[in-house]
Design a protein around this ligand. Structure first.
Ligand SMILES: [Ca+2]
Length: 320
């Protein structure tokens, strides 16, 4: 069993990724930590509690950062036209969910859980990297205690999706992402290079709903419709399942092609939030990439196999 902390800003594609982790037989979900991004922190946390309740997830929810790693940074407003006013496709999530939060802030939950499970925890981070950066700031020694850090974020050989240069999770807190990439823990970045190739059609999502025959899969289908509408004209009748790609990597890395080398994040200027790797083995002059740990970025994906893995995993639990 792979022990996972899921750091997330639900978020429609976050919701699918959470159900994937919850249903995968090889995943032991130790906790859900929230971060601002797709919506304000109060909303993403409420949504995590809502999904925990609706999907009967045992893992605790800990609320994380509502502001960037560096407090002076101007924060970008949540993109309500992508995930809806409520962050879950305007399905009418209740204002309050009667479930307790973990008393700790997310970064402290991450630190404690890593210390309690040395060498065993995989951090799967599919929102802004703020909680991870805050955890590193408070307890730098966790770099040696984590098994792996798998993030959805970045755009390496392709354009961004917020600006021509930057992908949303990185653009939302570039300094935090640079801290995460340059720390001496093993990071794998699943960026737009591969996620944009991974489009689940409306029909494929309906097939999951029908094959699972559960209220869980019906909820996933319903909350995804607003997001599919956003993607109209961008992809053929469906949605990009960014965050599920990161979860698929955790259990099936063989479905991805990768490249190794130190990664830096551009902080400020017109390319704010751009991610740039110095590939291992390439010679350059002295640069800000020197003497930093080699990290892994994904350059290719077997998208049909990943989509099938998502389907098979979500329908593997048929009971409510
Ligand atoms: Ca997300």
């Amino acid at each position: 069993m792979r022990k996972v902390i899921f750091d997330t800003d639900p978020g429609v594609d976050d919701a699918m990724a959470l159900l994937f982790l919850h249903h995968h037989a090889g995943i032991d979900l130790l906790g859900i930590t929230t971060v601002f991004g797709n919506a304000l922190i109060e909303t993403t946390t409420r949504n995590a509690l809502f999904l925990k309740r609706e999907w009967q997830i045992d893992a605790p929810v800990a609320q994380g950062a509502g502001e960037t790693f560096l407090p002076h940074r101007v924060s970008h407003a949540p993109p309500k036209y992508i995930h809806g006013d409520d962050g879950l496709g305007n399905i009418g999530v209740p204002e309050d969910i009667d479930l307790p939060l973990d008393p700790r802030p997310a970064h402290r939950f991450i630190i404690d859980t890593i210390r309690d499970n040395p060498g065993e925890v995989t951090l799967v981070a599919v929102g802004r990297m703020t909680n991870l950066a805050n955890a590193l700031k408070e307890a730098p020694e966790i770099v040696g205690l984590v098994k792996q850090v798998v993030i959805m974020g970045g755009a390496f050989a392709v354009n961004g999706n917020v600006t021509p240069a930057a992908e949303a999770n990185i653009h939302g807190d570039p300094e935090a992402a640079d801290v995460v990439f340059t720390a001496t823990w093993p990071v794998v970045a699943i960026g737009l290079d591969v996620t944009m190739q991974t489009v689940m059609t409306r029909q494929a999502l309906a097939d999951i709903r029908d094959a699972a025959g559960s209220s869980r899969a019906r909820l996933l289908f319903d909350l995804s419709q607003f997001y599919i509408k956003f993607y109209e004209g961008r992809v053929p009748d469906g949605m990009v399942v960014h965050d599920s790609c990161a979860c698929a990597y955790v259990v099936a890395p063989e479905l991805f092609a990768t490249r190794s080398g130190p990664v830096r994040v551009v902080c400020g200027g017109i390319a704010d939030g751009a991610t740039i790797q110095k590939p291992d083995g390439r010679g350059f002059g002295p640069s800000p990439w020197d003497d930093l740990p080699s990290q892994t970025i994904c350059t290719g994906i077997d998208a049909p196999a990943v989509l099938k893995l998502i389907h098979d995993t979500i329908v593997s639990v048929r009971e409510d």
